[in-house]
Design a binder for this molecule. Structure first.
Ligand code: ATP
Ligand code: MG
Length: 259
């Protein structure tokens, strides 16, 4: 992705981070959100989800974002991963100014820099687990044999080596989510964005998947942002931010975790 170069300068939400040159290796924040605004124009007028939202996520940090349904958590995650564009403000991810990306570069960014996990796995049920995991590699032109081998290695990482040739549609919910985690990480992104990754699982399986995310976050030196309604799981993250009424506040303590 030669044409995806760091921007020469950028505002910083909380620290005087410097962009440009070899900055990606020396900057402390993988994600910087500055004065972000997102509004939707609906039949009933303008819906402003947030305005002036600023925060950073440090390299290697595992951040949880919580908040009521409709607060804008998914929308925010989409903006962090260049799946949507802000109405105003800036997002820098891995030193890249997302708003400046062309459509083609944004697609390259999504394929290489970020891994996504959703509440629903969105696997292709008729394809095998290995084929599903290999998809992002095939999409960027890697050879089939090599892509399948990397996919199998990743299935091993999520402890599903013995399911590589099983159809995704025949796996359990927890297994499907582990496959989608392998698919998110097979491209070796710097950032993992997860939107309620355990929201569709029973509490025991949710715990297993969350532990796996934690382990992979550490072993692959990821920077992770995890949206969750599960305060117990959120408490397992390095930091918890709550999105509420368009503002982001840090939660210092959990009084009574609700699963
Ligand atoms: N494309 C759109 N057009 C208009 N309104 C939208 C659009 N997408 C989302 N919204 C509205 O924005 C608000 C925030 O949606 P979002 O999905 O980000 O919430 P959320 O915090 O992820 O909620 P949940 O916890 O239920 O997943 C909602 O009120 C939703 O109806
Ligand atoms: Mg959501």
């Amino acid at each position: 992705m030669e044409h995806l170069s760091p921007t020469p300068s950028a505002p910083s939400a909380s620290s005087p981070a410097v962009y440009g040159g070899p900055a990606a290796s020396v900057r402390s924040n993988v994600l910087e959100v500055s004065n972000l605004r997102k509004e939707y124009t609906t039949g009933r007028g303008k819906l402003v989800l947030f305005d002036g939202l600023s925060f950073t996520v440090a390299t290697g940090e595992m951040l949880a974002i919580v908040g009521e349904s409709g607060a804008g958590k998914s929308t925010l995650l989409h903006l962090l991963g260049a799946l949507d564009t802000p109405s105003a403000g800036d997002v820098y991810c891995a030193s890249i100014h997302l708003k400046s990306l062309s459509t083609r570069d944004a697609a390259a960014f999504r394929n290489r820099e970020v891994g996504y996990v959703w509440q629903f796995h969105y696997l292709l049920p008729e394809f095998t687990a290995a084929e599903n995991v290999a998809m992002p590699l095939l999409a960027r032109g890697e050879g089939h044999k090599q892509a399948i081998q990397k996919a199998k290695d990743w299935l091993n990482e999520v402890e599903l080596a013995d399911r590589a040739t099983h159809r995704a549609g025949e796996l359990s919910g927890g297994e499907q989510q582990r496959v989608s985690l392998a698919r998110a990480l097979v491209t070796e992104p710097k950032v993992l964005l997860a939107d309620e990754p355990t929201g569709d699982l029973d509490s025991r399986t949710a715990g297993v998947v969350f532990e796996l995310i934690e382990r992979l976050h550490k072993s692959h030196s990821l920077t992770s942002v995890i949206v969750t309604h599960n305060m117990t799981l959120a408490a397992g993250c390095d930091r918890v931010l709550r999105l509420q009424k368009g503002r982001m506040e840090e939660i210092e303590e959990f009084v009574s975790p609700v699963v």
